[in-house]
Write a protein that binds this ligand. Structure first.
Ligand SMILES: [Zn+2]
Ligand SMILES: [Zn+2]
Length: 270
């Protein structure tokens, strides 16, 4: 496997960041929530998944949410998936269309990845550190989605990751894996598959399931941490590694328990 070429010191930093959180791991930290007022520093990769859920779910601290989508050239999500993502965020963040802006570009040259097609989370974070342009600033909270032309290094056998939320505002989507799975299944819809995995990972960024450990709704799958036990729900673990094919052609919704948990997270005091 070819490796990306980056300095050893940065590699060490990335390794440390990696130990902080896996796809959905809950991690303690000593950052004061008082420092979350648009301070770019605390939003850099490495804060745990779910750390910014309160700021996303409440409108009191950030007026606007910006989603920066960057893709390796030729691996951008479909416009329909981007539109579905916009509507998902408007619905669950309870914000108007003008308060959520998605900026998409496929500006990452394939050649810059050195021929790599299997990516570790260290690789993902390095690429984000190099290409991410938008960070949280005063009044605007920013989420970053990276679409890659390959697969996760954690894939094994039939188990293939479609995406991962890997910090408080960072998500990676393995677009090539999605495209391969769509090609294998004549009933699959690429936009719905893309929108499903994006929404699932955004659900983790919003604190689902039990990432905050304070919501106590009792619907976490005992065998799959931070996932919902309802097989109909967007936050069921299968949404992350199985291509969703719906007879209705729709992205699965958050069902009752996850909606209740979101409302509890929204109402928590900081
Ligand atoms: Zn998941
Ligand atoms: Zn659920």
């Amino acid at each position: 496997m070819e490796k990306l070429n980056y300095p050893r010191s940065l590699a060490s930093l990335l390794f440390i960041a990696l130990t902080l959180t896996a796809a959905c791991g809950a991690v303690t930290n000593d950052y004061s929530r008082k420092r979350l007022r648009g301070d770019k520093g605390v939003y850099q990769p490495g804060m745990r998944v779910g750390f910014s859920a309160g700021e996303l779910l409440r409108t009191s601290h950030f007026d606007r949410v910006v989603v920066e989508i960057q893709s390796v050239r030729g691996f951008a999500p479909s416009q329909e998936a981007v539109n579905l993502t916009q509507r998902f965020l408007e619905r669950h963040l309870k914000r108007s269309p003008g308060q959520i802006q998605i900026h998409a570009s496929d500006s990452i040259p394939v050649a810059s990845l050195g021929g790599k097609t299997r990516f570790t989370l260290s690789d993902v974070r390095f690429i984000e550190s190099r290409y991410r342009r938008r960070y949280t600033q005063k009044g605007t909270l920013t989420i970053y989605l990276l679409f890659l032309n390959g697969s996760s290094a954690d894939d094994h056998g039939e188990f293939k990751m479609l995406g991962q939320a890997h910090s408080n505002t960072s998500i990676v989507i393995y677009e090539n894996t999605i495209l391969e799975k769509v090609a294998e299944n004549p009933n699959a819809s690429r936009p719905v598959a893309e929108a499903t995995i994006i929404a699932h990972e955004l659900g983790h960024v919003l604190g689902l399931v039990n990432i905050d450990r304070r919501s106590g709704t009792g619907h976490e799958d005992p065998l799959h941490a931070n996932h919902c036990d309802d097989p109909r729900c967007l936050m069921h673990f299968t949404a992350e590694n199985t291509l969703f094919v719906s007879p209705t052609g729709a992205v699965p919704e958050l069902t009752e328990s996850c909606l209740r948990e979101l409302e509890e997270l929204r109402s928590l005091e900081q």
